[in-house]
Design a protein around this ligand. Structure first.
Ligand code: PEP
Ligand code: MG
Length: 592
């Protein structure tokens, strides 16, 4: 009988094949002490393993840079730094010199100590750091114990679905997408570095499956669905039939994508809709263009800081922003300033542990309190405006004063750039994200200080309904089609039109067919979605009539329950779109 395990989707796509179990675990280290005259030799053994690991990591960095780019290659920095970290090195040396432990045992003890210390916090970015620590521990211990480097074992033969307790960036970059059909892990988060890499390499991945490495063994058959976050082990005939049809759908779809990418984003009754891409990494710009993006509606910049030990330099940031802007010479690119806190914590900021991080020191609040970090970003952004239509977008704005303070900071940086003779576009636009009910209610006031609005429904839903967006237990209550959300979208749209500023939506709701239909009905004619969703949403746009969307939205605005809202939209769309085409791929909106 098949075993179905549900986890979190980390990278799109479906894979079906044989499991390859990767034992990327810490080796068993024998307890060994040494006589005093061997201490020097053990110290040398430790140093030699460190030097080897540094060399290996540098090689990995070079391969990654070649395959994926310099930003991705930096994911190895925390490990390289850890190799020389005094906490690691001195702690291990002390165990060798004072306790006369053999080098592997001394190193293992020290790393376990650090692991225990860091594990006391549950913050996701600390969890990523723990991944780095474990990765390094495996590598250095294997070296000292004369075992082969496990990353060499990761070249799965033929097509395979890799299953592991957890993965590491260094293992991930070894994986050739030609041979690795998919990846499934017990642990991990979508924001783990290796998951980000999986997305860049377009390898389907599911994380947080709990026990998959215990349930699966090498050679077992499996089907992995990176879109819904599921793995089916030993699938039976009916599982195969379901996934065959999903796969066929996706394959047909892949052929259509090429055609759709070239088509205009316009409703069947002639209403143009700007359809842009959300990007998490600069490297995604190419895929977004291939999928027909008309610019970038949300470029999340946290990749520059998360998991890093030091602040990104102005130059590095400027190059990243410039790269994306230059990829879209004819379109706008909305770059969001750092949205830190919540579930994203850079190591160098030493952010305090908070009881409610999503209600805490997050996004614009962090930036305004950390002028050194923020000024550097603003300056890099201003410099990048010289290369195209880069627009600066501020997250989690609640009131006008926050916008004013940013404008003041920008003015200072503009003056400095002018006096230094560094070019920037004086006519650049500054806008805000509408992500809280406070911002939606204050939209008229905020519109006087903003050049555009972009509605971040992911947060707007969590703050309106008081449902933590990361809490799986409350997932059924996280409801984007709640009437309170529909009314706020309507209010923000009306206000922007009256103020003559653009309004767009860049939350996941825009990537849902019903959500997109609702937005058009509310006169929100700019949508930004993750690039894999672009063709699907464009097809919805091209299939529907804006007049039908307006009628459905009017009815939805009068609805008193979520079910009624969804029904108005389904009824409004069903004449022009076969919603079943999307079923199974769109868990968010389809009833049942
Ligand atoms: C949102 O909140 O809808 C949004 C797009 O921002 P993020 O998902 O990065 O918080
Ligand atoms: Mg948000």
């Amino acid at each position: 009988m098949s075993v179905v395990l549900d986890g979190s989707p980390a990278s799109e796509g479906i894979a079906s094949g044989r499991v390859f179990l990767v034992d990327w675990g810490v080796p068993t280290v024998p307890h060994e002490t040494v006589p005093a005259d061997r201490v020097e030799a053990e110290l040398a053994r430790f140093d030699a393993a460190r030097a080897w690991a540094a060399q290996r990591l540098r090689e990995l960095q070079a391969t990654t840079e070649e395959r994926l780019g310099s930003v991705e290659a930096r994911i190895f920095e925390p490990q390289v730094l850890m190799l020389d970290d005094q906490e690691v090195v001195e702690g291990t040396r002390r165990y060798i010199t004072e306790n006369h432990l053999a080098a592997p045992r001394a190193f293992e003890w020290r790393m376990l100590e650090l692991q225990a210390m860091w594990s006391r916090t549950a913050q996701p970015m600390v969890l990523d750091r723990l991944n780095d620590l474990e990765d390094l521990m495996i590598r250095v211990l294997n070296r000292m114990l004369d075992r082969p480097d496990p990353s060499d074992l990761a070249r799965a033969d033929g097509g395979a679905i890799l299953v592991a307790r957890n993965l590491s960036p260094s293992l991930m970059v070894h994986l050739d997408p030609e041979h690795v059909l998919g990846v499934a892990t017990d642990q991990g988060t979508r924001t783990a570095h290796w998951a980000i890499l999986a997305r860049s390499l377009e390898i389907p991945a599911v994380v947080g499956l709990g026990t998959v490495s215990r349930n699966a063994h090498t050679g077992m058959e499996a089907i992995l669905d990176g879109r819904v976050g599921r793995i089916v082990l030993e699938p039976d005939a009916s599982d195969h039939a379901v996934y065959q049809s999903r796969r066929r759908q996706i394959e047909r779809w892949a052929d259509e994508i090429v055609v759709i990418a070239e088509q205009e984003s316009v409703t069947s009754d002639g209403q143009p809709v700007s359809l842009r891409a959300n990007l998490d990494l600069p490297i995604e710009a190419d895929a977004a263009r291939r999928h027909g993006a008309q610019g970038v509606g949300l470029f999340r910049t946290e990749f520059l800081v998360v998991g890093r030990n030091s602040m990104p330099s102005e130059e590095e940031q400027y190059e990243s922003y410039r790269k994306v802007v230059e990829a879209f010479p004819d379109d706008a690119v909305y770059v969001r300033t750092f949205d830190l806190g919540g579930d994203k914590f850079p190591m160098f900021l030493h952010m305090p542990r908070e009881e409610n991080p999503f209600l805490g020191w997050r996004a614009i609040r962090v930036c305004l309190d950390e002028p050194e970090l923020f000024r550097t970003q603003l300056r890099a952004l201003l410099r990048a405006t010289a290369h195209g239509d880069l627009r600066i977008m501020l997250p989690l704005i609640n009131d006008v004063d926050e916008v004013r303070r940013v404008r003041d900071m920008l003015e200072v940086e503009e003056d400095l750039l002018s006096s230094e003779g560094i070019p920037y576009n004086r006519g650049y636009k500054l806008g805000i994200m509408i992500e809280t009910p406070a911002a939606a209610l204050e939209a008229a006031e905020l519109a006087r200080h903003s050049d555009f609005f972009s509605i971040g429904t992911n947060d707007l839903v969590q703050y309106t309904l008081a449902v933590d967006r990361t809490n799986t237990r409350l997932a059924h209550l996280y409801n984007p089609f709640h009437p309170a959300i529909v009314r706020q979208l309507h209010q923000v749209s009306r206000v922007s039109r009256a103020a003559g500023i653009e309004v767009s939506v860049c939350g996941e709701m825009a990537a849902d067919p019903l959500g997109a239909f609702l937005m058009l009905g509310l006169d929100i004619m700019a949508l930004s979605v993750a690039w894999p969703s672009l063709p699907e949403i464009k097809r919805v746009i091209r299939d529907v009539r804006v007049e039908d969307a307006r009628t459905a939205a009017r009815q939805a605005l009068a609805a008193s329950t979520t079910e009624e809202v969804v029904k108005c939209l389904v009824d409004g769309m069903s004449g022009s779109v076969d919603l079943k085409v999307f079923s199974g791929r769109w868990r968010l909106s389809l009833p049942g």
